[in-house]
Design a protein around this ligand. Structure first.
Ligand code: FES
Ligand SMILES: [Fe+2]
Length: 447
């Protein structure tokens, strides 16, 4: 039975106290608090370590849930298509004259994958025996049609998949009876309205094969609890333990304040020390101006970013200190992680091939732009032995990812070696993990 858990909080300034002193006030959604009071505080180890649980996800999760498949800008013209693959499933997402459609990427004859690259097509022609389908999924031709008296071409379409969009993202759902995307998203679009996710372009897109279960991988990016040991070099200017964690419906949120001291520090750093710590992480070419007397590092950091950003997004867009300074990281169940504010990061995680112990981690940099939309960056793949630093387009963040992912193969192998049944979770700081596993358990329990 779920217990009622009133979350305790760390020492130091709460996020709500911190933003109450900001120079430019945050949007209303950042003033909301909705801690998760009930739900799991432990997770069965076998969710990460067994082909049986992976098979359950393949049966009950992925074919039933809305998931981000691509950006609209990746298929700008009629006939443009991309593949979205998750575990054993392969989906074609294609722009047609009547909008974006999605189909299973499987020939209706003897099952060859219809396409093995992204591209542009007037129709999909199977390379094996040449059966073909229009981009809307209806059948175009059956080779030696006289030999298939049992086939009714009007009822021989590619297996359909639902497709819908929000914020420039294309989502698919293999369950044709699933509730609409809008009801699945709930209030998420309202949280993002102020940041206009549709007005971003793909500045960078890196995908890497990871030696761990997809859930382990994403969970390393759902809390700031790991900062003290994994990224000790940034403690001077991050309120790691003062992060705020909330959950609503199918999404959760963490907000980690920057340019504020970690409660773990023994000595209170100066505003100058905090400022320098933060710009080392955020700007590619760090200058070190002095924080004027009476100004906070936080206000200085926001002011520095604000000037450049307002030239891109327009001076009529309110640019709060929080939206320019803090790490605001949302998770839409099960695997989509768009960051809020003016941070560019978006993550997606999914199983690699059909394996429980390998995953794909993707990082997009979604940047605002002035004038015409720049073309989307192509995906840059890193194999399981390539370091993140091979992706130079990620800049300084690649080093942080190297720290994040250093632990993960050891967590996977550790859990496979574990002689206990459950992983225990922090009540507050691992809120997002608890919320995810609460939803996952509901999905898996369905008949
Ligand atoms: S398998 Fe596709 S045409 Fe035969
Ligand atoms: Fe990290």
């Amino acid at each position: 039975m779920a217990s009622v858990l009133e979350p305790k909080r760390s020492a130091g300034v709460s996020y709500q106290e911190l933003i109450s002193g900001d120079v430019v006030a945050p949007p209303a959604t950042l003033k909301l608090e909705n801690p998760l009071r009930s739900g799991p505080t432990s997770v069965p180890v076998r969710r990460y370590t067994t082909p049986e649980f992976h098979a359950l996800e393949m049966q009950k999760l992925w074919p039933k849930v809305w998931q981000m498949a691509c950006r609209e800008e990746e298929i700008p013209n009629d006939g443009d298509y991309v593949r979205y693959e998750v575990g054993s499933y392969s989906i074609i997402v294609v722009r047609t004259a009547t909008g974006i459609r999605a189909h299973h990427n499987v020939c209706r004859h003897r099952g060859r994958k219809l396409v093995t690259e992204d591209g542009h097509a007037a129709s999909f022609i199977c390379p094996f025996h040449g059966f073909s389908w229009h981009t809307d999924g209806s059948n175009r031709s059956v080779t030696s049609e006289w030999d298939f008296p049992q086939v009714d071409r009007s009822d021989f379409s590619l297996t359909p998949v639902q497709a819908d969009t929000w914020g420039g993202w294309v989502f698919i759902n293999m369950d044709m009876n699933a509730d609409p995307l809008a009801s699945f998203l709930g209030d998420l679009p309202a949280h993002f309205a102020v940041w206009s996710p549709e007005k971003r372009y793909i500045q960078a897109h890196v995908a890497k094969v990871m030696k761990c279960n997809w859930k382990l991988c994403q969970e390393a990016f759902m809390e700031a609890f790991h900062v003290i040991n994994t990224h000790p070099q940034i403690l001077t200017g991050i309120g790691d333990e003062n992060s705020q964690y909330d959950a609503w419906g199918n999404f959760s949120r963490a907000i980690t304040p920057n340019a504020t001291p970690s409660p773990h520090l023994r000595r209170q750093p100066s505003e100058q020390e905090m400022f320098e710590s933060v710009i080392m992480r955020h700007l590619d070419d760090p200058p070190a101006p002095q924080v004027p007397e009476g100004m906070t590092a936080r206000a200085m950091m926001a002011a520095g970013v604000r000037a450049g950003m307002s030239q891109v997004v327009g001076s009529d867009v309110p640019l709060s200190d929080a939206c320019l300074s803090d790490s605001i990281y949302y998770t839409l169940f099960p695997n989509f992680h768009p960051w809020g504010g003016y941070n560019r990061i978006v993550y997606r995680f999914r199983p690699y091939q059909n394996r429980f112990d390998r995953s794909i981690m993707e990082c997009y940099y979604m940047s605002p732009f002035a004038g015409e939309r720049p073309p989307p960056a192509p995906i840059h793949w890193l194999d399981e032995d390539q370091p993140w630093t091979d992706a130079q387009e990620l800049g300084l963040l690649a080093k942080v990812f190297t720290q994040d992912t250093f632990n993960l193969p050891h967590v996977q192998l550790g859990l496979e070696a574990a002689q206990y049944d459950e992983v225990v979770l922090a009540n507050y700081q691992e809120t997002k993990l608890r919320h995810f596993h609460h939803l996952l358990a509901q999905v898996i329990a369905k008949p």
